[in-house]
Design a protein around this ligand. Structure first.
Ligand code: ZN
Ligand code: ZN
Length: 334
């Protein structure tokens, strides 16, 4: 039996339609096998020795003579920091030059690594780089929103194999981001509580969709998941901005993130995915109604006309089923 479910924060609806489902392990067999990557590749702009192929690093981590992480401006970015964010309107036609800051976080010198295969300490280093660059970009008064994301594999929108994430800072906060926050503000005005904190408490209490917990974070497949095997990682501590995370929390997050990514990789056969950190806009870092989180969306299904027409996603894998499957993945087989 299919059912409608509503996201308690955004008020968006999904349809959970398990009769269309395959068994969870059948998702794995649809993935074409991939050739193993070499540890180093000639012509890769992110491999060691090719540093001149990227602009100079804005941040790097050095160990002895070699770097273990580099953050560089994105050479092929759609937005440039040298432009001006001034807006001009001619009647209904509003326009501004393409001002923004776009950087790439090269997560490892190894071409053949991925976020899920890196040691927890290295993932923590990546998460710290996210935080430091987010803080630096948000310090520019022209910047309103910093978006940190990772595209893994061609279906997720990356053509570069070398492990990397991206950070893009924009002078605008679009409705896609702002609208759910307005709902959360309304919830706070009505009930005096953070809607995300309430959602997290309810997910912990029901347990069925939780896939992992640490002192500071909880990973779960949300009640109103739009797509199969969507995973969200919420901080237990109420916090609107990722930039306010403590260093001790980042190690904890690295541990849980690696665990979730490994379960997806081993259980589903290294699916392509998008990873995103949703964090408050500039000026809202201490908002009581906002709560930052991390989301991983494996690219297992495609959206079509109904989703485009309604914003209602049809998800064939109930998140309870996805969570149970991910909890049972045997990571020692990896
Ligand atoms: Zn490379
Ligand atoms: Zn909260």
């Amino acid at each position: 039996m299919s059912e409608f479910r509503q996201n308690s924060v955004t008020k968006e609806w999904v349809i959970i339609a398990p009769e269309r489902a395959k068994r969870p392990d059948q998702w794995k067999h649809e993935r074409p096998a991939r050739d193993p990557l070499p540890p180093y590749r000639d012509g890769c702009p992110f491999c060691p020795g090719h540093e001149e192929m990227t602009p100079p690093a804005t941040y790097s981590v050095q160990t002895d003579d070699a770097w273990s992480l580099r953050v560089v401006p994105n050479k092929f970015a759609a937005l440039a920091p040298t432009r001006t964010p001034t807006r001009h309107a001619e009647g209904p036609f509003l326009q501004a030059d393409g001002f923004g800051i776009a950087e790439v976080v090269i997560e490892s010198p190894r071409h053949d690594e991925s976020l899920s295969t890196l040691p927890v300490e290295t993932i923590e280093q990546v998460l710290r780089a996210f935080k430091l660059r987010h803080v630096a970009m948000a310090a520019d008064p022209r910047i309103s929103l910093v978006t940190i994301f990772r595209n893994h594999g061609p279906l997720a929108g990356t053509s570069l194999e070398h492990p990397h994430s991206q950070i893009i800072a924009t002078p605008i906060v679009p409705p896609h981001v702002r609208d759910p926050w307005r709902e959360a503000q309304e919830h706070y005005d009505t009930f005096g509580t953070c809607a995300y904190c309430e959602l997290l408490r309810a997910e912990i209490k029901q347990e069925a969709r939780v896939i992992g917990e640490t002192d500071h974070f909880v990973a779960f497949c949300p009640w109103s998941s739009k797509t199969p095997f969507e995973v969200r990682v919420f901080p237990r501590r109420h916090h609107a901005s990722y930039t306010w995370s403590h260093d001790s929390e980042l190690y904890d997050l690295a541990y849980l993130l690696k665990d979730a990514l490994e379960r997806l990789r081993v259980g589903l056969g290294n699916p392509d995915y998008n990873l995103l950190i949703r964090s408050a806009a500039s000026g809202d870092e201490d908002a009581r109604h906002l709560h930052w989180y991390l989301v991983i969306v494996p690219k297992l299904s495609t959206t079509a006309g109904f989703e485009m027409g309604t914003g209602i996603y049809i998800n064939p894998t109930a998140p309870e089923v996805a969570a149970e499957f991910l909890r049972k993945v045997n990571l020692s087989e990896a």
